[in-house]
Design a protein around this ligand. Structure first.
Ligand SMILES: Nc1ncnc2c1ncn2[C@@H]1O[C@H](COP(=O)(O)OP(=O)(O)O)[C@@H](O)[C@H]1O
Ligand SMILES: N[C@@H](CC(=O)OP(=O)(O)O)C(=O)O
Length: 419
């Protein structure tokens, strides 16, 4: 069986849904295909904004209506009958979202209500896809991924209970795949008492990999608006090259350093079962794309990765003692408590520096926790540039004209933090 994952860009308009259906019919087949779908276009961002308004007791009606109109308009273009069950289902989901938003207060655990609210994006898109494919005579069952991907309550970045999820998925999904297609939501999980969780922003690729792993899929495809896995983001580099074939290891490192085309957690479950991952273009489905697999190449084009919105923090000891394992232990504990991930670190005799994604709230809590023990300085609005498999030319290209705040290199990877 195969897994196809379609992200927000591939379901952003009625035309995109039609294109998706065409890909499913021509490249997928009538059964043994599981479709994982993300929220439409920028819906997750819109839901985050609505949640922010509701949490701060601001009016959200206008933005709510706009989001509802966007979805209903696309549904209407795909299925023009007003009385269709698809319209009723979408109206019902929007009512549930409205009730959810209206009940939010500042006493709520923000991360918990985040998951209960922002998850609606995938519920909308998967319902539309299910009904639209049915209208197109593509037999499919809509499966609620919250009942199958079981997680803990680490809201917004829930940890998967692999054994339990695998048991549930294997119990029900293979029989459905015998009959036709299965449509499910990316990004979402559920707890054993029926609450919704999310797996981290852009986590739908990971959801697809979880289903691939649990179902022993033969292959997984992620359909993107690019020709495949490129050696840089074409939005920042005009002259990219595509990797026709690349190893799991190279890819997982690229994703870790910030290549946003694949969620970093996607590769491990696939690599563990040697399931090949294809990155294909939904704009040009006939294109070759990229195959990510258990392979190895001696020579590979340098990959350029930019991670934006970075913060560089330095912790200096206050009494001229050297940075010790004990100091580091204190810093790491605080980072772990606040769920702050280190993207890069470096130490000198009397200070320790880390580069992390910028999160104002967490940064201030970190400073509060550690300011008695360390002199803390930080810079925000920075970028972390990584060149994998670098050479002299690629380094010159990346450092040209930049004010470098930190630089690091290993035998294969060159990194700078700069403005
Ligand atoms: N190395 C890379 N190769 C290809 N695309 C990349 C790379 N790095 C970043 N990207 C960006 O990833 C985008 C596709 O990923 P994303 O927007 O997350 O897709 P979706 O939300 O549809 O799943 C591309 O439009 C491209 O700008
Ligand atoms: N909708 C979620 C999950 C996701 O993976 O989306 P996409 O596949 O469009 O990156 C998000 O925007 O974070």
């Amino acid at each position: 069986m195969k897994i196809f994952k379609f992200g927000g860009a591939s379901v952003k308009s009625a035309e995109s849904f039609r294109n998706l259906a065409h890909i499913v019919k021509t490249k997928g087949g009538e059964r043994q295909l599981l479709l994982v779908v993300s929220a439409m276009g920028k819906t997750t961002n819109a839901l985050e904004a609505l949640l922010g308004q509701a949490y701060h007791q601001q009016h959200f009606d206008a933005d709510f209506q706009q989001l509802k109109h966007y979805h209903l308009q696309i549904l209407y273009e795909l299925i023009p009958q007003q009385e269709h069950p698809a319209t009723q289902r979408l109206e019902q989901l929007f009512e549930l979202l409205y009730t959810q938003l209206s009940g939010i207060t500042q006493n709520d655990n923000f991360d918990k209500v985040y998951d209960q609210t922002v998850s609606f994006g995938e519920l909308f898109s998967s319902s539309i896809l299910h009904y639209f494919l049915t209208e197109q005579d593509v037999y499919n069952t809509l499966v609620d991924s919250r009942k199958y991907i079981q997680t803990d309550t680490n809201w917004r970045e829930a940890k998967v209970d692999w054994a339990w999820s695998e048991r549930l998925i294997r119990r029900d999904v293979p029989a459905l795949l015998q009959e036709g297609l299965v449509v499910t939501q990316g990004f979402l999980g559920g707890t054993n008492n029926g609450l919704t969780t999310t797996l981290g922003r852009e986590g739908s690729d990971f959801s697809a990999a979880i289903f691939a792993y649990c179902l022993d899929a033969g292959s997984m495809y992620i359909w993107k608006d690019v020709d495949g896995l490129l050696n840089a983001d074409p939005k920042h580099f005009p002259d990219t090259v595509r990797y026709p074939e690349i190893s799991y290891q190279e890819t997982v490192e690229m994703a870790y350093y910030g290549a946003s085309v694949i969620h970093p957690k996607t590769i491990k479950p696939l690599a563990n079962k040697r399931i090949p991952l294809y990155v294909k273009s939904f704009i040009n489905p006939e294109g070759e794309g990229s195959r990510i697999c258990d392979c190895r190449f001696e020579v590979i084009a340098p990959a350029y990765i930019i991670k934006e919105k970075q913060c560089l923090l330095s912790f200096g000891v206050k009494d001229f003692t050297f940075i010790s394992e004990k100091n580091l232990g204190t810093i790491f504990n605080a980072l772990s408590e606040l769920r702050i991930k280190i993207n890069l670190m470096q130490n000198s005799a009397i200070s320790f520096s880390i580069c992390t994604d910028y999160n104002e709230d967490r940064l201030h809590r970190l400073i509060q926790t550690l300011q008695d023990q360390f002199v803390i300085h930080y810079n925000t609005d920075l970028k972390l540039y990584t060149v994998k498999n670098y050479d002299a030319a690629s380094i010159s290209r990346i450092i040209e004209g930049k004010q470098i705040l930190l630089e690091q290199r290993t035998r294969t990877t060159f990194q700078i933090v700069s403005r």
